[in-house]
Design a protein around this ligand. Structure first.
Ligand code: ADP
Ligand code: MG
Length: 956
């Protein structure tokens, strides 16, 4: 049979039988374990080779595109030229020529490499995050349906496709039900293609027309299918063009963009400053001071620019994503880290996010009475009890077979179902939708196993469930031979039983809707017309169940003449026979109530959006604290009637939206956004994608979400839990607060440096510039940089979730940040200038004009002051003594380390030569220390004064 190697077969030209044969697979059982192992060894994992993200070179080159670094390079060159002139004039023994130039260039390169390392790590971290959300697929292997990682697929596997899934490998379709696939990733065509397994195509068929194949990376927008995997990994059509894909999204965050603007502004500002100083100096004193002026201005230029800042921001954001993933929130787009902190509304699905999504059927209600169901979880073990008030024997289980209508209702549960029940390690689990899992379980309790039922009544057609239709139907065929034998299938009593039809349609969905489509009802073993009084009774029963927070489904059936594809969906679902209601409990998640309360104190509005009944929604919303009794509820129908402006008027008050379809979600987001809110919105289905894209934070479900929704999202909830969203918001706020904190810290110091340098020519006549560009770089990168990194991991302050969200469009300098930087910069410079004046006169009188140790005192004081600043800035409202010093051990280490490094610069001879510092006596060092403590004291006093003035703690 192996005349043609499988790799060379054009799969769209062969029929399904031949394809199965070539790949030595089996339509029913799939591959056997030993085949799988062999093929995994032969073909390797089903993954695209890593072409991820920017190339290393691109990342490295990007580092040097930074305007701050370009300016530093210019400074290096100018100071090199100055050195060259000096070198010609006089050679000072022991002096290293071009020291500053070399050192600055070394720092530029080092900074570039550091930035490169940070960014590559951040990029890798994001790539790792992405693989965490790598898709899983359902396959048939060894006769069993199971879920495996997409990487484990091999040619010959039977892969099951369902709505919303991403196709994980190339394959030949064996079966398809209404299967529509969007192949934009491959063909660029956004219109979905309807797939047809039966046909064979000619060899010259273009890729977009190969309707009997599916391709990796494409999306199932509707329907189901079974696929024989033919190619995996790099052998797939997508693999052949894989270079364009797998990009990790590292778009700059709004803050990073604004920081880029800021650094440009600072560079421009510093160039203007240089021009002013040089020009002013020239006008005042002429050319003979040009050299000094140039030195002053170079130092100022270096001092203004916060060289260390971009790296610290990158690291902080990356650390933020890591903390979030530890709390089960997976960030897909970096800007989300920041935006999360400003979220004002969280719109959440009910089922699975606010509730546990562990459905258990409580009772079934055919026309003739209600039956309570016992048993826990998904185990199909339990009994049915009649809850008829008239009956006295409520504690004795009934026999389902004695109640034909109940039996038929349960059969509908088993057949109109796409889920599967499995026993794994003694636990019963479901594969698929929990709502359907619950129905399988209850049918199983009556001895109706899906597989057995489906064997006797095989499915021939289906109309799938969508959140818009809120119902689903299947058509099964009665085996003629089977019907005479005694089987587990009840003898169906169907009108026109004389007709040759052996097709039956089962339908389930939202009770109101199903009931609208019913003309008859099943009472016992008879079919009766459905009177309007009975209709009302069923509806009020439905409302009564829903208002207890139960999820209620309606069931119906009818015999069919022809398959629905030939007669149209709507027609098929008309004139149904009503079977009854099934109610199931989906308990609220226990941790959600507290998370909702945290939202409230944090000024965030939690909103429930659900396809479920308004009364069910309301009951659960009240239990969770999302809504109060009597709150306004909007339904999908209300939304349809309301104009955008009307909706806008309501949107601030409504906390619960019920019976909505995915397209309504989009309208809700838009209305909220027009009211200038920042909206986070959850979603799981294919049709949720537009709303997820529109929302400021689109959140996909990690467990139940479709690949399509994940692709559209900014964040994925690994545990599908509402509480995780709130945790992510908290982390987002912490990240934003910390970024603001070290911006204050770094820029405050820069202003201090600039003012000190600017003051020196005025105050210390002919003393020269107190700080060389090299020393300033050292401060900006090392002695400011290390503590800033430590401040980036400062734990949350107690009030992060006790204040309203901030407007994300606010300036970086908003809420007092700009004022703080100026104020602290001025205080720092006053302290340093005071020290400088004292130190200069002291040096002059003690050591003489030639001695320059006052410069080292200025340098040391600036550095040590910043250590105090770092300690004090940990909290804006609490005094440092009120904080636990060990809650940020990194800061202690950073401050200790930096102080030590600074001392090494003063006390180690070679370093002293290199950095141009001088030896300080212990007394002189003590003076520096004394001055340095002043800044810390000032900040602490500020906090105290603010506390007394405003009788409240300052906001962070
Ligand atoms: P949500 O996920 O917000 O609870 P859905 O859109 O999933 O809402 O469901 C909306 C309604 O559709 C449900 O209240 C139920 O009546 C019906 N429904 C849900 N799942 C199914 C299903 N698998 N088959 C048929 N009907 C369903
Ligand atoms: Mg749902």
């Amino acid at each position: 049979m192996n005349d043609v190697p499988p790799e060379q077969i054009l799969w769209y030209t062969v029929d399904t039988d031949r394809a199965v044969e070539v790949l030595k697979s089996d339509r029913q059982t799939g591959l056997m374990p030993e085949q799988i192992a062999r093929r995994q060894a032969q073909y390797g994992p089903n993954e695209l080779q890593d072409m991820g993200g920017r190339s290393s070179w691109a990342i490295l080159i990007d580092q040097f595109k930074n305007i701050m670094l370009i300016m530093l390079i210019a400074v290096a060159i100018i100071s090199g030229v100055l050195d060259l002139l000096d070198f010609r004039a006089k050679t000072i023994p022991g002096d290293i020529p071009f020291k500053d130039t070399v050192a600055i260039l070394a720092i530029v390169i080092l900074n570039g490499i550091l930035g490169y390392v940070q960014e590559s790590r951040a990029e890798k971290a994001l790539a790792a995050l992405k693989s965490l959300s790598s898709p899983r697929v359902r396959v048939i292997r060894d006769g069993k349906t199971s879920e495996i990682a997409a990487e484990a697929l091999v040619p010959g596997d039977l892969m099951l496709l369902e709505t919303g899934g991403q196709v994980a490998a190339d394959g030949r379709l064996l079966e398809a039900f209404n299967l529509q696939v969007r192949e934009a990733a491959l063909t660029g065509e956004s219109q979905a293609v309807t797939k047809q397994p039966q046909i064979c195509l000619p060899e010259d068929t273009a890729i977009g027309d190969r309707v009997n194949l599916v391709f990796q990376g494409t999306e199932v927008v509707q329907g189901r299918g079974t696929v024989l995997v033919t190619n995996t990994g790099m052998q797939t059509e997508l693999g052949k063009i894989a270079t364009m894909l797998q990009t990790v999204e590292t778009e700059p965050t709004p803050l990073q963009q604004r920081m880029d603007q800021l650094s440009q502004a600072l560079v421009t500002g510093s160039l203007i400053l240089v021009a002013i100083v040089v020009a002013g100096g020239l006008i005042l004193s002429g050319w003979q001071n040009f050299r000094d002026l140039l030195e002053v201005s170079l130092s100022m230029a270096v001092a203004v620019v916060p060289e260390g800042l971009p790296a610290v921001i990158t690291v902080t954001l990356a650390l933020g994503t890591q903390r979030m993933v530890r709390r089960h929130a997976l960030i897909r787009k970096l800007p989300a880290v920041e935006t999360l902190g400003s979220v004002t509304h969280i719109c959440s699905d009910k089922t699975g996010t606010l509730t546990q999504n562990k459905m258990v059927v409580q009772a079934v209600h055919p026309i003739t009475g209600s039956f309570r169901v016992s048993g826990d979880g998904y185990a199909p073990e339990g009994e049915f009890y009649s809850v008829e008030t008239s009956s006295k024997s409520t504690d004795r289980p009934i026999t389902v077979q004695d109640h034909p209508d109940l039996h038929l209702l349960l059969l509908a549960c088993a057949l109109c179902n796409d889920a599967a029940l499995q026993k794994e390690k003694g636990d019963w689990m479901i594969l698929g939708d929990p709502t359907e899992g619950a129905l399988l379980t209850v049918a199983g309790k009556a001895g109706l196993q899906r597989d057995q039922c489906a064997f006797q009544l095989p499915r021939v057609a289906e109309i799938p469930f969508t959140s818009e239709r809120k119902r689903m139907s299947v058509v099964v065929e009665r085996m003629k031979a089977e019907s005479s034998r005694t089987t587990i299938i009840p003898q169906l009593i169907i009108p026109h039983s004389s007709s040759p039809s052996s097709l039956i349609l089962f339908c389930k969905g939202s009770p109101e809707l199903i009931l609208e489509h019913c003309q008859y009802m099943q009472r016992g073993d008879r079919i009766e017309p459905l009177q309007s009084a009975q209709r009302d009774r069923i509806l009020s029963h439905n409302n009564q169940l829903a208002s207890c927070g139960l999820r209620v489904l309606g069931m119906a059936y009818k015999p069919l003449e022809t398959l629905p594809s030939e007669m149209g969906e709507d027609e098929a679902e008309q004139d149904l026979v009503w079977l009854g209601l099934v109610d199931m409990l989906d308990a609220p998640r226990s941790e959600v109530q507290e998370a909702v309360a945290r939202c409230r104190t944090a000024g965030i509005h939690p909103i429930m959006i659900t396809g479920d009944h308004q009364l069910t929604a309301c009951a659960i919303a009240e239990a969770l604290g999302i809504a109060k009794t009597g709150d306004e509820i909007l339904t999908g129908r209300d939304l349809e009637k309301a104009s955008p402006t009307e909706l806008e008027a309501h949107v601030d008050r409504v906390c619960v939206y019920a019976r909505v379809a995915p397209e309504h979600k989009l309208r809700i987001v838009q209305a909220l956004q027009r009211r200038r809110n920042i909206v986070a919105m959850t979603g799981d289905g294919v049709n949720d994608a537009p709303a997820l894209k529109q929302a400021d934070i689109g959140i996909a479900m990690g467990i139940t979400g479709t690949d399509v929704s994940k692709e559209a999202s900014d964040m994925v909830l690994l545990d599908d839990n509402f509480a995780t969203i709130v945790a992510a918001v908290e982390e987002g706020r912490v990240v934003y607060t910390n970024i603001r904190r070290f911006i204050k810290y770094i820029l405050g110091s820069n202003i201090g440096e600039v003012l000190t340098i600017a003051a020196s020519p005025l105050l210390v006549a002919s003393g020269g510039v107190p700080l060389t560009p090299l020393q300033i770089l050292w401060m900006n990168l090392v002695t400011d940089g290390l503590p800033a990194l430590a401040l980036a991991v400062e734990p949350a302050e107690p009030n992060v979730m006790k204040r309203p969200p901030h407007d994300p469009s606010e300036s970086i300098f908003a809420r007092g940040l700009g004022a703080y930087i100026l104020r602290i910069g001025v205080v720092l410079s006053i302290i340093t200038i005071a020290l400088m004046v004292w130190g200069y006169n002291y040096t002059l009188t003690t050591y003489g004009v030639e001695d320059q140790r006052w410069k080292t005192m200025v340098f040391t004081t600036l550095c040590l002051s910043q250590m105090g600043h770092a300690m004090a800035i940990r909290s804006n409202s609490r005094m440092t003594i009120e904080l636990n010093p060990l809650s940020n051990p990194f800061l202690l280490v950073a401050v200790g380390l930096t102080t030590m490094l600074q001392l090494l610069l003063v006390y180690v001879e070679p370093l002293r030569n290199f950095f141009g510092t001088h030896y300080l006596t212990p007394m002189e060092l003590a003076v520096c220390l004394g001055f340095s403590v002043l800044l810390f004291t000032w900040i602490e006093l500020e906090k105290l004064v603010m506390r007394f003035l405003f009788k409240r703690k300052i906001e962070d």
